[in-house]
Write a protein that binds this ligand. Structure first.
Ligand SMILES: C[C@@](CO)(OP(=O)(O)O)[C@H](O)COP(=O)(O)OP(=O)(O)OC[C@H]1O[C@@H](n2ccc(N)nc2=O)[C@H](O)[C@@H]1O
Ligand SMILES: Nc1ncnc2c1ncn2[C@@H]1O[C@H](COP(=O)(O)OP(=O)(O)O)[C@@H](O)[C@H]1O
Length: 297
């Protein structure tokens, strides 16, 4: 018997970053939107713990116990006093190290799949607690939709959305390390006071209204200067998307995937085509959000 869970990628429509905390993390006002690009995690009983992965980026995914899917299975097994004897197979469509929370998606997916397979009866809150131990973005991968993440991003408040937002995503030819981007943020802000991160009211209103123009006017990412500093070529991709008529252009989270907000599915196809022709990125995808979080299929 196998259990499969489908989990979406995310884009951060607002990422406000505070000063580094004593534990090395940064307080955030992180407005997540789950978008329709998915990984699937299938869990099957086995003699021991094994991870396999398929997909265009599969070679970049660790298959040992550092894989977030493996860590999720181990964490749940430990809590329920069992051994994580499962084969975890990841069908990966979310770019790796791209700022779209692919690893977090696999962690949340494996957790939900193992929970269903083992019938642990864990409550939603218990699952969310394990997610937060696995990584700052993992709780959001479980819940999906749209949410404000505070603390290091793990404390979630669901947000209302008035409709679907359409996006084009441009994938880069290499990844960026999330800790390295936060370190670069610290370096770039070393000579000034970094304000407490707060969610932008106008942005929350734009989400609630389902208004892409209002959302475009309010999106922001405090990690963008750091990502561009480490990966300057991304400014060419952003410029190509802007020239193609995107309503807003931004780096997704810590990057290097770039995100382009557009008005509708037709504009998404046009901007995607122009980005492909620009030669400024490796691959281009379209997706809309919000979509539900980790879901049994
Ligand atoms: C930046 C964001 C935005 O959503 O996502 P990505 O763009 O990487 O997908 C997240 O904050 C990434 O979350 P996640 O990838 O789960 O990070 P974690 O495993 O918790 O932490 C990895 C490292 O990132 C840094 N980190 C992460 C979160 C945070 N609030 N402050 C930090 O300083 C720390 O250096 C930490 O050691
Ligand atoms: N299941 C997984 N899928 C992808 N990367 C993983 C996974 N488990 C661990 N990793 C590690 O996490 C790093 C960050 O991956 P990912 O979550 O895709 O990016 P991001 O944090 O930018 O959204 C990868 O470079 C990889 O070494």
């Amino acid at each position: 018997m196998s259990v499969t869970v489908r989990v979406p990628a995310k884009v951060n429509v607002q990422l406000a970053v505070g000063a580094a905390r004593a534990d090395g993390f940064h307080d955030l006002a992180n407005v997540f939107l789950a978008v329709g690009l998915y990984d699937e995690v299938t869990v099957t009983p086995a003699d021991g713990l094994r991870v396999t992965c398929e997909g265009p980026d599969a070679a970049l995914v660790p298959l040992d116990r550092t894989n977030l899917a493996a860590r999720a299975a181990i964490a749940l097994a430990e809590r329920y006093g069992r051994t994580p004897d499962v084969h975890l197979h990841i069908a990966k469509d979310i770019p790796v190290a791209g700022g779209m929370a692919g690893g977090s998606a696999d962690g949340a997916g494996a957790l939900l799949a193992c929970d269903a397979l083992w019938g642990t009866g864990a409550s939603r809150d218990e699952l969310l607690e394990i997610c937060a131990e696995l990584g700052s973005d993992v709780p959001f991968s479980l819940v999906g939709g749209a949410a404000l993440g505070t603390g290091r991003g793990e404390k979630l408040t669901a947000l209302e959305t008035g409709g679907a937002f359409h996006w084009v995503f441009a994938m880069a030819d290499r990844g960026l390390s999330t800790p390295a981007v936060f370190r670069e943020f610290d370096r770039l802000t070393a000579d000034r006071d970094v304000p407490e991160p707060v969610a932008c009211e106008a942005l929350l209103d734009a989400l609630a209204a389902g208004d892409p123009d209002a959302l475009a006017a309010t999106v922001s990412n405090d990690l963008q200067p750091a990502a561009l500093s480490l990966f300057p070529e991304l400014s060419g991709t952003l410029a190509a998307g802007r020239a193609a008529g995107a309503l807003a252009t931004l780096v997704s989270g810590s990057g290097p995937t770039t995100a382009f907000l557009v008005r509708d599915a037709g504009s998404a196809r046009e901007v995607a085509e122009a980005l492909r022709a620009s030669g400024t990125c490796l691959a281009v995808r379209t997706a809309a959000g919000p979509v539900p979080g980790a879901t049994l299929v």
